[in-house]
Design a protein around this ligand. Structure first.
Ligand code: SF4
Ligand code: SF4
Length: 336
């Protein structure tokens, strides 16, 4: 039995998601990397600082999800200990890795402490993945997915859809099925970091192609028992626009102390908060919060500013509102 109807995942009241970049260094240099050292810094947080910063976001009254990110978070020599610290503070912990699993992560943590280990892979084979993520990356990543699943870790996979790999997306469900991956996150490439630079125009995905390909692939993955999630992008008639900055608790935390609520703002000094002198401080002046309250016909203000070509009009009237980039759709397969 499979729930074959795509469901919109509404923003959850009483739930918070903390996306903590513990460093920005990485062993890879992906074509679409969104890390921007000018804006995000290049330092590595030590485990004492991380423990303190986690206290700033911990809330016993709420379900708190912690996603440990980089750069490549497994480059942090104390990652296993950081996972234990976060778990002890009540967080549900996910690590997002490029697949290299430095510092013997699988040997130094356990499926009891780490709720999800998430791998990024951008193709069903080396011929598609490696031109985007680097020579030899596919083989390393898939080998480590196998090792992680064999050791009992719950594994998810993130595929960032771009103009360079959308044609291969339909081969992913069979691969994930054969590997035993439980969750599949399909992402759309954003105009941030490397992908925003000139000469990377072939990374952007045509809207029509997105709709031709993505829902069918999601249905295939769900039919195989995989829980699949993908961005909503456009709102249908009667669907109400909501900005996550107003109705959800998402914190995107960088090692230089910047704390954003909207990932689309991360290339600009528009962060709502900063961590200074050990305190989480709301910032004065122009911040992303000024955009969250604007009510425009197109929906998301940041999309209108950064990606206006995604919006279409008929007789001067917007055809489909652009949803918040954090609004997702999902299909839950239950055959596993
Ligand atoms: S693995 Fe992640 S952080 Fe590293 S280069 Fe690729 S996108 Fe950037
Ligand atoms: S993506 Fe748009 S709607 Fe979502 S938080 Fe940012 S500004 Fe708000």
């Amino acid at each position: 039995m499979v729930d074959s109807v795509a469901r919109t995942v509404g923003f959850q009241a009483g739930e918070r998601n903390v996306f903590l970049h513990i460093l920005t260094a990485c062993n890879l240099s992906c074509a679409h990397c969104y890390i921007n050292p000018e804006q995000h810094g290049s330092n590595t947080l030590d485990k004492e600082t991380i423990a303190h910063w986690l206290d700033l976001f911990a809330d016993a009254e709420k379900k708190s999800n912690l996603i440990l990110l980089g750069g490549e978070p497994t480059l942090h020599p104390d990652l296993a200990e950081i996972i234990s610290i976060a778990k002890a503070k009540g967080f549900s912990v996910t690590v997002d890795s490029n697949g290299y699993l430095h510092h013997d992560l699988l040997e130094r943590t356990s499926p009891e402490e780490l709720d999800y280990l998430s791998f990024s892979l951008d193709g069903p084979d080396a011929a598609v993945n490696d031109p985007v993520r680097g020579e030899g990356v596919y083989d390393v990543c898939v080998a480590n997915i196998r090792r992680a699943i064999a050791k009992g870790f719950r594994v998810s996979l993130i595929y960032t859809v771009s103009g360079r790999n959308i044609e291969a997306l339909d081969r992913m469900p069979a691969l994930l099925d054969s590997l035993g991956v439980e969750r599949f996150f399909i992402q759309v490439i954003g105009l941030r970091g490397e992908s925003a630079k000139a000469g990377k125009g072939d990374l952007q995905v045509d809207r029509r192609r997105w709709f031709e390909v993505v829902p069918a692939v999601a249905a295939d993955a769900a039919a195989r028992g995989i829980h699949v999630t993908w961005p909503k992008v456009f709102l249908g008639d009667g669907e109400v626009f909501q900005c996550a900055g107003n109705v959800a608790e998402n914190y995107f935390v960088f090692p230089n102390g910047r704390v954003y609520q909207c990932p689309l703002c991360e290339d600009y000094p528009l962060h709502s908060y900063c961590i200074k002198d050990g305190q989480l401080q709301a910032r004065e002046g122009l911040t992303e919060k000024n955009f969250f309250s604007l009510d425009i016909a197109e929906g998301c203000v940041m999309n209108k500013l950064l990606q206006p070509e995604n919006i279409s009009y008929r007789d001067g009237v917007v055809e489909n509102k652009i949803s918040c980039c954090m609004l997702k759709q999902e299909m839950v397969g239950v055959t596993r």
